[in-house]
Design a protein around this ligand. Structure first.
Ligand code: ATP
Length: 639
């Protein structure tokens, strides 16, 4: 936590605010490799000339971390009103309108029209200001900020303060002051960088002490995988023994749960610091969650902070519902045992009985979480659970878990370094999110005819499920224009797809199952299917499948619950990362890895997809026979 050290030095000697503004201007315009040096030099000079207390400086550089100063409650709209008064602008004047509608771009005004409130203020102040040299010191600016943060000030209390600022500060200084108030500095150097300039250990120390009970913190986030190679990801997160932790990436809302006073007081807040305690319950016996889980903790847990994802569990369907239904579930005051309810999936512990745990290794935190915190988690299933987690060592481990997650229509996974510390407000390679679409660069597109659907298809309740499973298949000439057509020329990992640039399935009057697609459709897609094909589905009898359908001998994913006749069906564009052998699993003998529906084509001849994109050459694709396809698949891979 940013706090004033006890041995405060003479603050009168702090430099002019203009000097700091000058340095921040440089940070904004300088190349990344120079910024660190610039700030470090500034801090060194400060130490020499002012002393070792850098608190007045750092709290201005990291305004969102300043806990000593309460919130300003001063956003753009209020500031615009105040400046209109301070500058004596006519409310209907262009300048006043510009201040109030600062988000709107103004033609021909370049950076002035960027939707940057502080910049807009600068231009308007500059045209009216006579101050050429600022007179306030850094400490004086801190005192002004203290005044502005004194409770919820009314406009008539803020205006005199800003009037003094306007009389004593240049337009540039006022722009920087506004940025500090809005906590949006845009100085192109991150928190970690600022701390590193201060001291090599500052970041670690800050991180180990900045988590406090009942105070929101910015959680650790996930780094988007820099590569689609699972092997490379495994190397990035693997420790000396190659081990790492793999967790499901849950699609709910990030929530931190704080409990103090031996379980008497509860506090829930989101990643964006929104307080949700009113939904989930602030005391034992209250809310849509607290009252159901207060008995889960061991008696020796007196205060704790847990990090996790809030989900919605439907006990009747035995599955998690779409995140959108979360608030309804939480607000639903009928605590019926069978209705959907919030379920907190915990993946980390950050504080326990007065000790901040962020400095401990993830593996240690996990051990604590699994063995010492809860009584009997099974009894609280569907209310509070630990995230599904596995230990991994190789890229294959990542791929296998991802496949399992996608089969259950999950979103993806997060792989975490087992020996990493918890770093608030960070997004680095200690936690890497792995999703199938990250493999898009090397993916292939296919147009597939939909032949069947699984009954967990949520035609009646599209939101209740992450996606429909569609047994899709390439068509024959009978259907005239359904084909498989990889459009991209990337080489997938295992087969020479590059060479399959143009082909379609054989001109046989039969169909073979090829893939089942469980993700990628949106609500509108479900609605469209529901509206247009409601009467076309027929029950699928496994012992007596339609004569035109050839399935895998052993697979279950190609035995849908309902099927649709090819002439009634529609085509979906599917993206997949590669084609893999699926002997017995599908009629074709191959299937797609990580398939996701990208679009629906409303009918088989359509050239316009569900996103309104037109594919002009769609009916010009050539055909490749099924036999040719098989031959190609069996050839050794060429790069
Ligand atoms: P995306 O747009 O890819 O879904 P995002 O906006 O959710 O990303 P990221 O920083 O990329 O944000 O991912 C972090 C988020 O992922 C967290 O805020 C959290 O809500 C969510 N999440 C889900 N499961 C996990 C998990 N097991 N570990 C960490 N974060 C998780």
């Amino acid at each position: 936590q940013l706090e004033r050290p006890a041995d405060c030095i003479n603050r009168e000697s702090t430099p002019n605010f203009a000097v700091l503004c000058n340095m921040m201007d440089r940070l904004r315009s300088e190349k990344a490799n120079k910024r660190f040096d610039t700030l470090k030099r500034f801090m060194d000079v400060w130490r020499l000339k002012v002393g070792n207390d850098l608190y007045p400086l750092i709290r201005l550089l990291l305004p969102d971390r300043d806990r000593e100063r309460p919130v300003y409650n001063l956003k753009e709209q209020m500031m615009a009103k105040c400046y209109i008064e301070v500058l004596g602008l006519d409310k209907s004047s262009d300048a006043a309108q510009r201040l109030q509608n600062w988000k709107q771009p103004v033609e021909g005004q370049g950076e002035n029209s960027s939707g940057d409130f502080a910049r807009v203020c600068f231009h308007i102040i500059q045209a009216r200001s006579t101050v050429e040299e600022g007179r306030l010191s850094v400490e004086a600016i801190n005192l002004i900020l203290d005044q502005l943060a004194r409770g919820r000030l009314k406009q008539n209390q803020i205006v005199p303060i800003l009037r003094r600022v306007n009389e004593q500060c240049t337009p540039t200084e006022q722009e920087w002051l506004i940025r500090i108030i809005l906590k949006d500095l845009r100085i192109q150097i991150r928190e970690k960088g600022i701390f590193n300039c201060f001291h090599p250990d500052a970041n670690a120390l800050f991180n180990a002490t900045n988590i406090e009970l009942f105070r929101c913190f910015l959680p650790q986030l996930c780094y988007r995988s820099p590569t689609s190679s699972h092997e490379v990801i495994a190397k990035l997160v693997g420790g000396p023994d190659n081990k790492f932790i793999m967790e499901e990436k849950l699609d709910g809302e990030r929530i931190q749960l704080h409990i103090r006073n031996s379980g008497a007081e509860w506090f829930y807040c989101s990643r964006k610091a929104k307080d949700y305690t009113y939904l989930y319950g602030s005391h034992v016996g209250e809310g849509s969650l607290t009252q159901f889980i207060s008995g889960v903790f061991n008696d020796n847990v007196h205060n704790i902070i847990l990090d996790g994802e809030m989900m919605v569990w439907d006990p009747a369907l035995e599955k998690y519902l779409a995140f959108g239904s979360l608030k309804t579930a939480a607000l639903d005051r009928i605590y019926d045992e069978n209705s959907p309810r919030p379920c907190f999936k915990v993946f980390d512990i950050l504080y326990l009985n007065g000790h901040c745990l962020t400095g401990k290794r993830l593996s240690e935190r996990k051990t604590l979480l699994k063995n010492h915190i809860f009584k009997d988690l099974d009894m609280f299933r569907g209310r509070i659970e630990l995230v599904n987690e596995e230990e991994g060592r190789t890229g294959t481990d990542i791929r296998n878990m991802l496949e399992r997650i996608l089969e259950q229509k999950g979103e993806g996974m997060v792989v975490k370094k087992a020996d990493s510390r918890y770093v608030t407000n960070s997004r680095d390679a200690d936690w890497i999110k792995v999703k199938p679409e990250y493999a898009d660069q090397m993916g292939e597109n296919f147009d597939l005819l939909v032949l069947g659907e699984f009954s967990d298809l949520v035609l009646s309740d599209p939101q209740a499920d992450g996606g429909a499973k569609v047994a899709a298949q390439a068509s024959s000439r009978v259907c005239s224009s359904a084909f498989v057509c990889p459009k991209k020329t990337m080489v997938p990992a295992s087969v020479p797809c590059k060479r399959l640039s143009r082909f379609a399935w054989s001109y046989l009057a039969r169909f073979k199952t090829f893939a089942s697609v469980g993700s990628g459709m949106n609500y509108a897609d479900y609605e469209w299917i529901l509206k247009n094909h409601k009467d076309d589905w027929k029950p699928f009898d496994r012992s007596n499948p339609p004569y035109w359908l050839e399935m895998g001998a052993t697979g279950v994913d190609d035995k849908p619950d309902v099927y649709i006749n090819p002439e009634k069906s529609f085509v979906i564009e599917v993206k997949a990362s590669e084609i893999v052998v699926a002997a017995g699993g599908y009629g074709v003998g191959y299937t797609l890895r990580f398939p996701r529906c990208r679009f629906i084509y409303w009918d088989r001849q359509s050239r316009t997809n569900s996103s309104g994109e037109e594919h002009k050459d769609r009916d010009m694709w050539n055909c490749l026979s099924f036999d040719e396809f098989t031959v190609l698949m069996q050839q050794p891979k060429k790069r």
